[in-house]
Design a binder for this molecule. Structure first.
Ligand code: GLC
Length: 478
């Protein structure tokens, strides 16, 4: 039996700001239980819903030092859907309304979280063989492990994996300040360790010190070796490329299942979608106050509204996207300029544009079920989960060929009758627009071809099964 501990800053169903939480919360359920005991450790944020907080039980507490500070660490435990979750409690750090806020405070918070997580291990009845760290918030964990913790034989032989969900976010601040929160000695603040371009960089620490590095798709693992996608760490990524692999994410096939989904108006599956799926469109049109029409091409976006998602391409040709033969539904929050762009077009074309500038899980399911196509023109996309959800609901993705989008969406080939969606290569608004128009042409003029593509999309398998097997192989190898 191998023991694996995931350490991360978020996990569904407790706390979520992005796809990281979906991965951390759903992947652990999918390992072979005979061979792997996979558990998860996250902060005990004040904003975790009461229903979960009430089910947690207190295990123990102690104090740790972070440089000159002495800080309380409480440990709570909860079983959820067969997985053990541990929560690190400290109201000073985790009492805020959101998991992240001001960067300097976040850096101190997650230095604490890394050190507290390692310190907690001897008081659990679970000694991990491998600690699997996710994103910059846990970058210091492999560093601390090789530092003070090595004085204690309990920690000898524990391996670490660093998974990069998004290289854009690294946790960077000036070295003097970071030295002060972390208590790490000057030795670590050198260019072959934590230092990058004159500052201290948490994710760099994780990439340097982890035994193995993974990212969330094969294409992204290649892309980050280049300056365009490398976010200034491409040199380091190339240097570590013998210990780097890409494993594409999956999604929870129980939660995202059009046949049993409680949130959608009309359930359907690969056999019945021709007769049933459109009822979701009519009901959503009604709910959002759009024109009622089962035949109109409905295009959806569910996303954080940030530059990463390629929304400046949408901005450039939005007038053309919102043509009279199209309905456009958006859900998400982010940069005000994009929020206002969509609000403006809803105001301008009330009958065919709906801007839902908030996040709501239930409504996201309704959109996946109702739309005909789903737009994801990302500038970069380590994996992307929404296109997988769309495929599952028979809603054809229109994507840019980058990262996980390239690895999971097979572009339509009208000559061979293959493909599960539509894609374009260059980061160019008119290339995107032409692809949307091509998709509309297939939808309106060659409906049988469209439906065959929906068949293939719904038959594609992006449950966690295949990816979990790859992580298992990696765990065995370490
Ligand atoms: C980040 C990435 C996204 C990926 C997710 C989970 O949110 O931006 O592409 O799917 O992490 O790995």
């Amino acid at each position: 039996m191998k023991n694996i501990l995931f350490v991360a800053s978020e996990s569904v169903p407790f706390i979520k700001t992005g796809g990281l939480a979906d991965v951390v919360g759903s992947l652990p359920k999918n390992f072979n239980k005979e061979e792997f005991d996979v558990r998860v450790m996250i902060p005990k944020y004040q904003t975790i819903p009461e229903e979960y907080r009430n089910r947690m039980y207190y295990k123990t507490h102690f104090y740790i030092n972070l440089a000159w500070r002495s800080q309380y660490v409480g440990i709570f435990e909860l079983q959820h859907e067969g997985v053990t979750f541990y929560f690190i409690d400290n109201e000073y750090y985790f009492g805020g309304w959101t998991p992240y806020g001001e960067i300097k405070w976040d850096l101190e918070k997650f230095a604490f979280f890394c050190k507290a997580s390692l310190s907690a291990l001897p008081s659990l009845d679970f000694r991990p063989d491998i600690i699997h760290c996710h994103d910059w918030q846990t970058g210091l964990l492999p560093v601390y492990l090789k530092d003070v913790f090595m004085q204690n034989p309990y920690y000898h032989g524990i391996k670490t994996i660093m998974t990069i969900h998004n290289l854009k976010f690294q946790g960077i601040y000036d070295m003097k300040t970071v030295k002060d929160f972390t208590g790490l000695s000057a030795y670590y603040f050198a260019p072959d360790k934590l230092e990058a371009y004159g500052d201290a960089n948490y994710l760099k620490g994780g990439i340097v010190y982890a035994d193995y590095v993974t990212t969330v798709s094969e294409t992204y693992a290649q892309e980050i070796k280049t300056p365009f996608y490398g976010e200034t760490l491409d040199g380091l990524i190339r240097a570590r490329s013998n210990c780097l692999t890409g494993i594409v994410n999956g999604i929870d096939y129980e939660e995202y299942n059009p046949k049993t989904d409680k949130y959608i108006y009309q359930n359907y599956d690969a056999r019945t979608y021709r007769k049933e799926k459109y009822k979701n469109k009519l009901a959503l049109q009604n709910e959002l106050g759009m024109a009622q029409n089962k035949d109109v091409f409905m295009l959806g976006i569910v996303s954080r509204l940030t530059d990463q998602k390629g929304l400046d391409l949408v901005d450039c040709v939005i007038e053309e996207i919102c043509a009279t033969d199209t309905q456009f539904v958006v859900l998400g929050t982010g940069t005000p300029k994009y929020e206002n762009l969509f609000r403006h077009f809803e105001w301008k074309y009330k009958d065919r544009v709906s801007a839902n500038i908030y996040y709501n899980n239930e409504r996201s399911h309704k959109i996946y079920a109702a739309c005909d196509a789903f737009l994801m023109p990302s500038l970069f996309e380590p994996c992307g989960l929404s296109q997988l959800m769309s495929l599952r609901y028979g809603t054809l993705p229109i994507v840019r060929e980058t990262g996980g989008l390239k690895d999971t969406v097979v572009p339509y080939n009208e000559f061979e009758s293959t493909g599960t969606g539509f894609s374009f290569c260059n980061y160019n608004a008119h290339e995107m627009l032409n692809t949307i128009r091509y998709a509309k042409h297939i939808y309106y003029d060659r409906r049988r071809e469209w439906n065959k593509m929906v068949d293939r999309a719904m038959a594609a398998d992006f449950s966690w099964k295949n990816s979990a097997v790859k992580y298992e192989a990696l765990y065995r190898r370490l």
